[in-house]
Design a binder for this molecule. Structure first.
Ligand SMILES: Nc1ncnc2c1ncn2[C@@H]1O[C@H](COP(=O)(O)OP(=O)(O)OP(=O)(O)O)[C@@H](O)[C@H]1O
Ligand SMILES: [Mg+2]
Length: 253
């Protein structure tokens, strides 16, 4: 399980985010970027954040620490912004929090170069989880303390929206032509050689165990949250072996 905290104060909306994530203070005195369970994108976005964020961390990427944030809808009562008020009201219970990296800058590929090795690792990881949200328009990468950090893994693993077709969907190639780092000659071959062997059943069991049960209940076709956890693991294990051979890059255009 992830560390559990309780929101004590809503600070402000993070206006850039499509899902209107908010900044909150919690009872451990930490400040978190809150992704609401009641946001339009639904709870699968939060499952994807945990599976991909925790997997990335274990593969050696820098990812802000994830927690679950208990929200009392009463927090919304004093909010002047109607949209924020609605979100808080719809999000009672367990939400996702990401440690706020104070002073982080949005990553700009024109201003900060990364080498082929690091670019390769990130592009390979995004191919593994089928991340469609790391384009040069919206990199979802941050620069903090001189390093590149990965955020926003909500738009990944498209196959979890249609489990009966998951196998076919996960067998498809990954299109990296728009990827924020495709201009840096990503060495995905070396990344695959180093990272794919780490993507094991044991590692994924550890990763998926961190997803709260409440986000895994009542999925059609699955009797228990653990059954669904295994369904999350399978396509990733299969994809890890060969996805580097199926990445479309700028050169293929
Ligand atoms: N942990 C963090 N620390 C500091 N800033 C963050 C953090 N997480 C996100 N941000 C900032 O907030 C923005 C919105 O967050 P995020 O991308 O996760 O939300 P989103 O609603 O899924 O966004 P979108 O769908 O528009 O990409 C990020 O682009 C980034 O600038
Ligand atoms: Mg984003």
């Amino acid at each position: 399980m992830l560390k559990e905290v309780t929101a004590t104060r809503y600070i402000a909306p993070l206006r850039e985010g499509g899902s209107l994530p908010g900044l909150v203070e919690a009872d451990d005195l930490g400040t978190y970027v809150l992704k609401f369970t009641g946001a339009g994108q639904g709870r699968k976005t939060l499952v994807a954040e945990v599976v991909c964020g925790e997997l990335a961390r274990r593969l050696g990427f820098r990812v802000p620490r994830l927690v679950t944030v208990e929200v009392d809808p009463v927090l919304g009562l004093g909010e002047p912004d109607q949209q924020v008020q609605e979100l808080l009201k719809a999000s009672g219970g367990t939400n996702l929090g990401m440690e706020f990296l104070s002073g982080a800058l949005g990553y700009d590929p024109l201003a900060f170069e990364v080498g082929p090795e690091e670019a390769g690792r990130i592009v390979w990881f995004d191919a593994l989880v089928n991340n469609v949200d790391r384009s040069w328009r919206n990199p979802n990468l941050l620069r903090w303390q001189g390093e590149v950090w990965l955020v926003d893994h909500g738009a990944t693993m498209i196959w979890h929206h249609n489990w009966p077709g998951a196998r076919t969907s996960a067998a498809r190639p990954y299109d990296a032509t728009d990827h924020a780092l495709s201009r840096f000659a990503p060495d995905v071959g070396s990344a695959a050689a180093a990272l794919a062997p780490l993507v094991t059943e044991e590692l994924l069991a550890e990763v998926t165990a961190r997803v709260p049960d409440v986000w895994l209940l009542d999925e059609p076709g699955f009797a228990t949250p653990d059954e669904l956890r295994r369904a999350y693991a399978r396509p990733l294990i299969e994809r890890a072996a060969t996805i580097h051979e199926r990445i479309r890059t700028e050169g293929d255009r």
